[in-house]
Design a protein around this ligand. Sequence first.
Ligand code: BG6
Length: 484
Amino acid sequence: MADSIVIFGASGDLTSRKLVPALYQLFAKQRLPAGSRIVGVSRSHFDHQQWRDLLREATEKFAGDSFDPETWNAFSENIFYHAGDIQVVEDFQELGKFLDEMEPDSGCGRIYYLSTMPQLYEKAIQQLGAAGLADDHRGFRRVIIEKPFGTDLATAHALNDSIHEVFREDQIYRIDHYLGKETVQNIFALRFANSIFEPIWNRNFVDHVQITVAEEVVIGRRAGYYDQSGILRDMFQNHLLQLMMITAMEPPARYDSSLVRDEKVKVLHSVRRMIGGDFASNTVRGQYAGYLDEEGVPPGSETATFAILKLYCDNWRWKGVPFYLRSGKGMSCRTTQIVIQFRQVPHILFGEKTREPIGNRLVIQIQEAEGVQLHFETKVPDSEMKTRTSTLDFSFRHVAGGDALPDAYQRLLLDAILGDTSLFARSDEVELAWGIIDPIIAAWKSPAAPPLHSYQTGLWGPTQASQWMQTQNREWFDVCPVIE
Ligand code: BG6
């Protein structure tokens, strides 16, 4: 059935940079249901052709070599534009009429993508409800909501409440684009489609887990948003906790959206809440040198652009195993990786003459060099009994003939069209995540805060971050992966 994908905030950056290029790729791969329409809505005035022309330029830029003019022409026949203001009730009634006239039959499904400023989410949902556009008696009605979902537990809870007045939970698709990354979904495959990892994926064999999302970029022109948000709201409440949930969760009975999300939520329930001195001893915060000079950053801002959180999951599988979550802007390179550091051998036979073996390590490279590496000890050839670390290396790009993996938005848009919510955050998940992050944000504004370390860009965050890890008797796995 041909559906309509209605994008609110159509003139924004996300639409041209991510959403339309992803829909174009889905169309080119013949995965978009035939005849699916894309309708852009925003306050600017364009006619259909003007909007198509703008999108063509952007898609050509982001699709690169895979852009094909003929495919674009066929795809763009189903792109439309409808001017409208989220504040104006009548504009939603007009939009409803426009969609009714354009859709070939009354059973067509509709997806409303909220790619607007987050302050408008609630209003847009109320207006959809009031105009009868959420009524799914004839065809499905779904809403996709971009991050950030609230700015703390109270606002996320209030937003959930008001969305639930209009849409049922199964109609709501809350985006965390990390879940659309192929390599994040591959964690499910690695853990639950292999028998060799599961028996050792627990406190008996794992010493600790490191989850790093390092970015080379600094905040650029986003100070207005970023200075209010900081690294904890921007990256930890969502992306880092999502990676932790998938790494730590129990196997669900089936790969089914509610069962998968039930297991993820249990991880958040098990995260030990920090109290008292924990905030200073189990967190590290930093701000890159030059942050205060960025355009729009208020003088003396204490917003952190780098953080480490040491979290524990108090459950049978993980009791006592630290999860070190780390993220920062202005780091050495762009890399997201999960390191499962296994315990040292119980008795060292070969270490005395050279060095102690470092313990096995499984490195899951989420990006940029997508793959998985297993580090293990081997004998140094043609030597006495000495060992060194060797690597079994799997690269996604290598098996894909050098091609980059599809952008996360392709998967997420397609899943929303197909009605699969597995890779979207559920209401309880979002609220629990805020419940973990909120007390840390509050503590960082109180006398319980750890010092705010300044760091030079282009490194691995503040030097104190490595020293802190040494006090844990551990080392960061600071390696910029090489893209083949
Ligand atoms: C976004 C954050 O959610 O994720 C950005 O707002 C960050 O600050 C981005 O740069 C990182 O996403 P990715 O896919 O480039 O790792």
